[in-house]
Design a binder for this molecule. Structure first.
Ligand code: 13P
Length: 257
C-alpha cells in the first residue's frame, strides 16, 4: 500500500520569518521519519526560503517532507497579473499543488473547468495535484453529497483519468473547514469509499497510488479515529497544522495506527 500523506495547508497565515521559525522546530521532530509522506504548503512568498531550509536539512539527515503550493495558474507564462505558474513552482522544488480548495471555489469563484485546466497543467509539469472536493452544508442536507463530489471529480479530472497514479484527492466537506466540526469517521468513510470506487472506475483500476485525504477540522484528538477508516489515506490539515507541535502530534497519531 502507498504511504499515508499528511499535508499542511497554511492558507494565508505565515510570513517568511514565521515559516522559518516553524521549520526550526518541526524539522528536527520529523528527521528520519520516512514511513509517512509529509507535505507543507506555506504562502507563495515563503516557498523559496522554505525550499532552501529544507535542502539544508536534507544535507544533515533524512527527511520525507515535501513542499506544496496552495494554488497555481495553468499557463507557463504570460500577461496574467498576480498569478503563479507551474514552472515558478518546480524551480523551487515544489512537488505538490493543492487545486480546487473550497476557499478558491467559494471565495474566488473557481469553477470545475478552470480547476481541470490546472490539474492537467500540474501533471504535465510533474507537480502532484491534490484535487479538493466537498459539499456545502446545504447540499448535504439536501442529500446531494455524493452527486456533488462525483461531479467535481469527473469534471476536475476530465482527460487525465489515465494519470490517476499522479493525483491525490482531498475530501473536504465545506461545513467542516475551519468550523471545529469534523466529519465523523463514518461520514468521511462513506464518501471516501464512494470516491475510491469512482476513481477506480474512471482510471480502469489504475488508482492504487492515489491517496484520498480527509480535510476539515482535523486535529490531534480526532486524527486517530479518522485514520482507522479503511479508505482514509491521510489528511489535509488547516488550523491544527499552524502549530508545529500539534502538526507533529497528528503525524504521530497516524504512525501509531
Ligand atoms: P481546517 O483544518 O482549519 O478545518 O482547514 C481544513 C482545510 O481547509 C485544509 O485544506
Amino acid at each position: 500500500m502507498m504511504s499515508y500523506l499528511i499535508a499542511a495547508n497554511w492558507k494565508m497565515y505565515k510570513t517568511v520569518g514565521e515559516t522559518l521559525e516553524y521549520l526550526e522546530v518541526f524539522l528536527p521532530a520529523v528527521k528520519d521519519l520516512m514511513k509517512i509522506d509529509i507535505m507543507i504548503a506555506p504562502s507563495f512568498t515563503a516557498l523559496s526560503s522554505a525550499s532552501i531550509k529544507l535542502d539544508a536539512a536534507k544535507k544533515e539527515g533524512e527527511y520525507n517532507v515535501k513542499l506544496g503550493a496552495q494554488n497555481m495558474y495553468y499557463m507557463d507564462k504570460g500577461a496574467f497579473t498576480g498569478e503563479i505558474s507551474p514552472i515558478m513552482l518546480t524551480e523551487l522544488e515544489v512537488e505538490y499543488v493543492i487545486l480546487g480548495h473550497s476557499e478558491r471555489r467559494h471565495i474566488f469563484g473557481e469553477k470545475d473547468d478552470l480547476i481541470n485546466k490546472k490539474v492537467i497543467s500540474a501533471i504535465e509539469h510533474g507537480l502532484r495535484p491534490i484535487l479538493c472536493v466537498g459539499e456545502t452544508l446545504e447540499e448535504r442536507e439536501q442529500g446531494k453529497t455524493l452527486s456533488v463530489v462525483e461531479k467535481q471529480i469527473r469534471n476536475g479530472l476530465a482527460g487525465v483519468e489515465k494519470d490517476m497514479a499522479f493525483i491525490d484527492i482531498a475530501y473536504e466537506p465545506v461545513w467542516a473547514i475551519g468550523t471545529g466540526v469534523n466529519a465523523t469517521p463514518e461520514q468521511a468513510q462513506e464518501v471516501h469509499m464512494f470516491i475510491r470506487s469512482l476513481i477506480n472506475e474512471m482510471s480502469k483500476g489504475n488508482d492504487e497510488k492515489t491517496r484520498i485525504l480527509y480535510g476539515g477540522s482535523v486535529n490531534e484528538n480526532n486524527a486517530r479515529d479518522l485514520i482507522k477508516e479503511p479508505n482514509i489515506d491521510g489528511f489535509l490539515v488547516g488550523s491544527a497544522s499552524l502549530d508545529p507541535n500539534r502538526f507533529y502530534k497528528i503525524i504521530t497519531e497516524v504512525m501509531e495506527v
